[in-house]
Design a protein around this ligand. Structure first.
Ligand SMILES: NC(=O)c1ccc[n+]([C@@H]2O[C@H](COP(=O)([O-])OP(=O)(O)OC[C@H]3O[C@@H](n4cnc5c(N)ncnc54)[C@H](OP(=O)(O)O)[C@@H]3O)[C@@H](O)[C@H]2O)c1
Length: 293
């Protein structure tokens, strides 16, 4: 049986991956206690000790605004540790599935970004994730890099949960309406990643013509304000009034791309895998929210 290593224990994507896979696979979930990615020099030997058949890297420094100040940690975890994971993957010929982000783009485009489009991160988080991608590609490891976006779920800290929490205290909210992207449910990420893992297990490797970067988001696009309205509709919270505001009225330390919709056709063409429309995925997440109540 393949031993699948998931890096990151309590993150959104890791949590949903564990739920989707625990009953069918030999999972080894490594938290910081076992494999701290900020201790870059220890990453390779920790992987040797675990000796996985497949590595899924769902760990990252994800605090977008804090990264502007905490650059050393962001680059250690998102670039240098990833380079070590990729070096191990190459040396041991262990397939690697690595997550990246829409924040590698500047957001100046008007049509959905392709994997071949020019990158241009607007902050430290995006730049550190981009350099992590480059380290994986440079290593020539048997790896795929999955760029996802606007991740939300019923677990951890995210926009979906923030909206539901705010609705307990307020009737009106101002939400940014000039950033467009694709909200992506961690449950959809987990299902599609599981499909990719099954393909990799069946093939025994990731052949050279399948390696590289893939866009990996739910389909369709929306703004944060529209997403907020949809969250309240799906959760039957009719009192909430959402006012759309420009990003200039909600300044953040790290600039966000104004447009970060990703075209997922390459994923479908090369693996026959796609994630659902964001609205469909949101309904699934809301069903889960109600079941948890
Ligand atoms: N969240 C988004 O909106 C978003 C958007 C685009 C792309 N992505 C990418 O998707 C992937 C998964 O993100 P997510 O939303 O699941 O992130 P998350 O909920 O913030 O979880 C991050 C994970 O990284 C782990 N981690 C952080 N520092 C670590 C360290 N020094 N050593 C070991 N583990 C460490 C955390 O460990 P603990 O469990 O110990 O805290 C946690 O499991 C990441 O590659 C992220 O860049 C996320």
């Amino acid at each position: 049986m393949s031993k699948i290593l998931i890096l990151g224990r309590n993150g959104q994507v890791s949590t949903y991956l564990q739920r989707a896979m625990h009953s069918e696979y030999d999972l080894h979930v490594a938290g910081r206690d076992e494999l701290d990615l900020s201790s870059v020099s220890q990453v390779y030997s920790a992987l040797e000790k675990i000796a996985p058949s497949i590595i899924v890297n769902a760990a990252a420094y994800t605090a977008v605004d804090a990264a502007e100040e905490d650059q050393e940690a962001a680059y250690a975890i998102n670039r240098d540790a990833v380079a070590e994971v990729a070096r191990y993957s190459k040396q041991s010929n262990t397939p690697l599935i690595h997550f990246s982000t829409d924040y590698v783009f500047s957001g100046d485009a008007q049509t959905a970004y392709l994997e071949t489009d020019l990158v241009g991160p607007t902050g430290v988080y995006g730049q550190s994730k981009l350099e992590g991608e480059q380290a994986v590609l440079d290593s020539q490891a048997p790896a795929i890099i999955l760029r996802t976006s606007w991740v939300y779920s019923n677990h951890g800290k995210n926009f979906y949960k923030t909206m539901l929490n705010l609705s307990e205290q307020r009737d009106e909210l101002n939400v940014v309406n000039d950033q467009l992207g694709s909200p992506t449910y961690a449950g959809s990420i987990a299902s599609a990643t599981k499909q990719l893992i099954d393909i990799v297990i069946e093939q025994g490797t990731i052949p050279a013509d399948q390696r590289g970067v893939y866009h990996f988001t739910c389909q369709g696009q929306t703004s944060w304000a529209e997403f907020a309205r949809a969250i309240f509709v799906e959760n039957e919270i009719s009192k909430m009034k959402v006012e759309g505001i420009p990003s200039s009225e909600y300044p953040t330390p790290a600039k966000r791309p104004a447009f970060s919709v990703l075209n997922n056709k390459k994923l479908l063409d090369n693996f026959g895998v796609s994630l659902p429309h964001w609205g469909t995925a949101l309904s699934q997440c809301a069903v889960e929210t109600k079941a948890m109540a």
